[in-house]
Write a protein that binds this ligand. Structure first.
Ligand code: SF4
Length: 337
């Protein structure tokens, strides 16, 4: 089989992207945006359409990540997909040619931001992680931090990460790589999604620096997060009938993991039915004669969205804890490799 070509990346929806689309001359383009850009989606699609003269349709379903680009059924006939707001996942490339527009932000004054970090008294040995939008800030920011006496470590991470220092909601292997040699982490970016994931993944305080506002948030209480999950695991220890959720999205499909979990469940005298879907939707789980679920799709479904589901949803490591095959401590984040 031919190796899939590396996806192209672009910093923003600008002239470079428009020229590249014009040259590639696909018959039809499908544009997909994350929820945070839905308001701008129609204007962005119009810019592409007007700039290239190529028929451009908009995917109605926003993307969660680079893991769930439009499926063939959602955008039939589109020869090129353009996904906004995410870096590619190198080891989970979509079948359809897909370009990623990372929406890089030039924002943030590294000197002022380093001063804010120094002023807040963060520990000297610091791991730094950033969302893809703010990765360009890291070289200058880490240099400014070093000038102020910080020993900064930035990890490379595994093959699911496109860049060193990159935060991905399901994979903090870059941070895990350096966790043993730092006292705390500094997340550079906006919102709670990434710092929360980082707090799950590493047993170190995680500070959040918003480079646009210049604000620094104190660490999330990791202990409380972990205790809530351990309690949930304890409540489903005796569950006999399990559903194993599998997503068919290109970057969320962990069928081998699901099959292995099913085998472990059966070996421990449990029933475990595999349920397949592209997007995991709590409404599809209503009314089923199952006591609990384990999600092999995006790890954040179980961790962040559990309240939306009719029954408890565990991650694969938590499921193994419930079966008694893993200890409750140390808590293991469901790193998606
Ligand atoms: S699996 Fe989840 S956390 Fe990972 S890239 Fe996809 S949406 Fe983000």
């Amino acid at each position: 089989m031919e190796p899939r070509p590396s996806p192209r990346t672009f910093p923003s929806v600008g002239d470079e992207l428009i020229e590249a689309v014009r040259r590639a001359a696909p018959r039809r383009v499908v544009l997909q945006v994350p929820a945070g850009l839905v308001r701008d989606a129609h204007e962005l699609a119009a810019r592409l359409r007007d700039g290239t003269g190529i028929r451009t349709v908009l995917a109605a379903r926003p993307c969660f990540g680079a893991c769930d680009p439009p499926t063939p059924d959602e955008a039939p006939g589109a020869e090129l997909a353009i996904v906004l707001g995410h870096a590619p996942i190198p080891n989970a490339l979509p079948q359809r040619p897909t370009w990623f527009v990372e929406m890089r932000s030039p924002g943030g004054d590294p000197r002022a931001l380093a001063e804010t970090v120094r002023g807040a008294g963060l520990p000297r040995r610091l791991g730094v992680v950033a969302s893809v939008q703010h990765l360009d800030l890291l070289p200058a920011l880490t240099a400014e931090l070093a000038e102020r006496g910080f020993e900064v470590r930035v990890g490379r991470g595994d093959r699911r990460l496109a860049y060193a220092g990159q935060a991905l909601g399901c994979n903090y292997t870059g941070a895990e790589e350096v966790a043993g040699s730092v006292e705390a982490f500094l997340f550079v970016g906006t919102g709670r999604f990434h710092p929360l994931g980082l707090a799950w993944a590493v047993d170190r305080p995680v500070w959040s620096l918003d480079p646009l506002q210049g604000t620094l948030e104190p660490p999330i209480d990791r202990g409380a997060l972990v205790r809530r999950r351990q309690l949930l695991v304890a409540t489903v220890r005796d569950a006999r009938r399990w559903g194993i959720l599998v997503s068919t999205f290109s970057g969320q499909n962990r069928t081998p993991t699901a099959l292995a979990l099913q085998e472990r469940a059966r070996a421990r005298g449990r029933d475990a039915e595999i349920l397949l879907s592209a997007r995991i939707d709590p409404r599809d789980l209503e009314g089923r004669d199952l006591e609990a679920y384990v999600s092999t799709a995006c790890p954040r479904i179980a961790l962040d969205d559990t309240a939306l589901y009719p029954k408890p949803v565990l991650t694969p490591p938590e499921f193994l804890m419930a079966l008694g095959e893993l200890p409750l401590e140390p808590y293991r984040f469901d790193t998606y490799h």
